[in-house]
Design a protein around this ligand. Structure first.
Ligand code: NAD
Length: 415
C-alpha cells in the first residue's frame, strides 16, 4: 500500500487540475516549487536551566496575488515537506475564496503538550525573532494552526512589535481581541465548515436536521464545527481527538464535551471514551464525516470501511488520492479542504483589513461577510464541477490555478 507524504498528495491534486486546464509548462514548474523555504535552528532555555535546540520553518509558496498568508503549527511531526505542502495549499485556498493573499505556512518541530507555558512562550518569541526578516504586514502574515492559539499569536505580535519599536498588530491574525483580533475569528473556520456542510447536505438532497455527523479532531476547528452543527439541528454522534473518542448513536451533548475538554485538556476520561475511536470515528455509520485533525487520515487502508456519503474536509490534506478515487467512484460527495476550511483565512483577511483601517466591525458584519464569500466560492466551484464534469476538489483547483496564473501573467516574469 502506497504511503503518501502531504506534499505528494498536494502535487497529485494540483496535476489533475493542471492537466485539465492544459496549464503552461513553465507555470506548472513555477507553481510546483515554493518561492522561499526558510529553516531556523534556535535555542530555547528550558525551565530546568538546560538549553534545547528546536527547528522551525517558514515556507512561502507564491505571492502573485498578495502578501503571503498561512498558519504556524507546533507538532512533533512538523518537517519541511509537511510545511511545504501546507504552504502550497494556502496559495490555492486564498485564490478559491478570492482573498488577496498568497500562500505560506510555518511550523516548529516540538511537542507543546510536553512543555510548560513559559517554555512555549520562549520558543514562540525566539522563533518569531528568527523569522522576523521575512514576515510583516505587507510581506507575510501568520495565523494559528494545530497547537497554536490566540495567546501564541499575541506573543508573535508582541515580539515583532518590540523588535520594530512600535506596535504592529497586523503582522499576525487570530490574535486576542484585546490586541486587535477580530470578533468571529476564533469561530471562523468552524463556521465556514458548518456553512459548507449545510450546502453539501442540500446538494445530496438532505436537510442538516436529517443528518448524523462524525468529527475527527476536537480542537479549534472540530469542536466549534460540532457546536455549530448541533445548534443547527444536526445529530453529532461521534467526535474524537488524539486520545480517543466518544460515540452515541442518539447524539452527543456537545456543551458537556466542551466543558470536559476545558477542564481536562482532552476527551480522555469522558464517559464512554474509547482509545480506538481516535481514528475509528472515521468509520462510523454516519451521513457526514468531517476530518478536522491532521493530514492522511482517510487512506487506502481504511477507505473500504468509510460509510459516510458526504465528506467535508475541515483538516488540510486528510484524504489521500487513492482513497479519494475509491470514494468518488462509490458516489461519496467530497468537499475539499481548500474550500471547506477557508473560513479561517477569510476572517483573518477581515482582521488584517480592520487592523490596517483601525476600524472594527461587529460580529454580525463579520459573519455576514464570511457567509457571502463562502457562498460565492461554493457556487463558483460547484458550477465548474458541474460544467466540466469533475469532482469538487479538481473544480476548486481549476478555479484557484486560473486565478493565480492570471495574476502571474498580468504581472509578467521579471525582468
Ligand atoms: P487544534 O490544535 O486546535 O486541534 C487539533 C485536534 O486534532 C486536537 O483535538 C487533537 O487532539 C486532534 N488530533 C491530532 N492528531 C490526531 C489524530 N492522529 N487522531 C485524532 N485526532 C487528532 O488544531 P485546529 O486549529 O483545530 O486544526 C485542525 C485542522 O484544521 C488542521 O489540519 C489545520 O491545518 C486545519 N485548519 C485550521 C484552521 C484554523 O483556523 N485553526 C484553518 C484552516 C484549517
Amino acid at each position: 500500500m502506497r504511503k503518501w507524504s502531504a506534499y505528494e498528495v498536494a502535487i497529485k491534486q494540483f496535476d489533475k487540475a493542471a492537466d485539465i486546464l492544459n496549464l503552461d509548462e513553465g507555470l506548472r514548474k513555477l507553481f510546483k516549487k515554493p518561492k522561499r523555504e526558510f529553516i531556523v535552528n534556535f535555542p530555547v532555555k528550558m525551565d530546568d536551566g538546560s538549553i534545547r535546540v528546536f527547528t522551525g520553518y517558514r515556507v512561502q509558496h507564491n505571492d502573485a496575488r498578495g502578501p503571503y498568508k498561512g498558519g504556524i503549527r507546533y507538532h512533533p511531526n512538523v518537517d519541511l515537506e509537511e510545511v511545504r505542502a501546507l504552504a502550497f495549499w494556502m496559495t490555492w485556498k486564498c485564490a478559491v475564496v478570492g482573498v488577496p493573499f498568497g500562500g505560506a505556512k510555518g511550523g516548529v518541530t516540538c511537542d507543546p503538550k510536553e512543555m510548560s507555558k513559559e517554555e512555549v512562550e520562549r520558543l514562540t518569541r525566539r522563533y518569531t525573532a528568527e523569522i522576523a526578516p521575512i514576515i510583516g504586514p505587507t510581506k507575510d502574515v501568520p495565523a494559528p494552526d494545530v497547537n497554536t492559539n490566540e495567546q501564541i499569536m499575541a506573543w508573535v505580535m508582541d515580539t515583532y512589535s518590540v523588535e520594530s519599536g512600535y506596535t504592529v498588530n497586523c503582522v499576525v491574525t487570530g490574535k486576542p481581541i484585546s490586541v486587535g483580533g477580530s470578533v468571529g475569528r476564533r469561530e471562523a473556520t468552524g463556521r465556514g465548515v458548518t456553512f459548507i456542510t449545510k450546502e453539501a447536505c442540500k446538494h445530496m438532497g438532505k436537510q442538516l436536521s436529517q443528518c448524523s455527523v462524525a468529527i475527527q479532531g476536537f480542537g479549534n476547528v472540530g469542536s466549534i464545527t460540532a457546536k455549530l452543527l448541533s445548534s443547527e439541528g444536526a445529530r453529532v454522534v461521534g467526535v474524537s481527538d488524539a486520545t480517543g473518542g466518544v460515540y452515541d448513536e442518539s447524539g452527543l451533548d456537545i456543551n458537556k464535551l466542551l466543558l470536559h475538554v476545558k477542564q481536562h485538556g482532552s476527551l480522555e476520561g469522558y464517559p464512554g471514551h474509547k482509545k480506538e475511536l481516535s481514528s475509528g470515528v472515521l468509520e462510523l455509520p454516519v451521513d457526514v464525516l468531517i476530518p478536522a485533525a491532521i493530514e492522511n487520515q482517510i487512506t487506502a487502508e481504511n477507505m473500504h470501511r468509510i460509510k459516510a456519503k458526504i465528506i467535508v474536509e475541515a483538516a488540510n490534506g486528510p484524504t489521500t488520492p487513492d482513497a479519494e478515487e475509491h470514494l468518488l467512484k462509490k458516489g461519496v460527495f467530497i468537499v475539499p479542504d481548500i474550500l471547506s476550511n477557508a473560513g479561517g483565512v477569510v476572517v483573518s483577511y477581515f482582521e488584517w483589513v480592520q487592523n490596517i483601517q483601525k476600524l472594527f466591525w461587529d460580529e454580525e458584519e463579520v459573519n455576514q461577510k464570511l457567509h457571502q464569500i463562502m457562498q460565492r466560492a461554493y457556487n463558483e466551484v460547484w458550477e465548474i464541477a458541474n460544467n466540466r464534469k469533475v469532482d469538487m476538489r479538481t473544480a476548486a483547483y481549476i478555479l484557484a490555478i486560473s486565478r493565480v496564473a492570471n495574476a502571474v501573467k498580468a504581472r509578467g516574469i521579471f525582468p
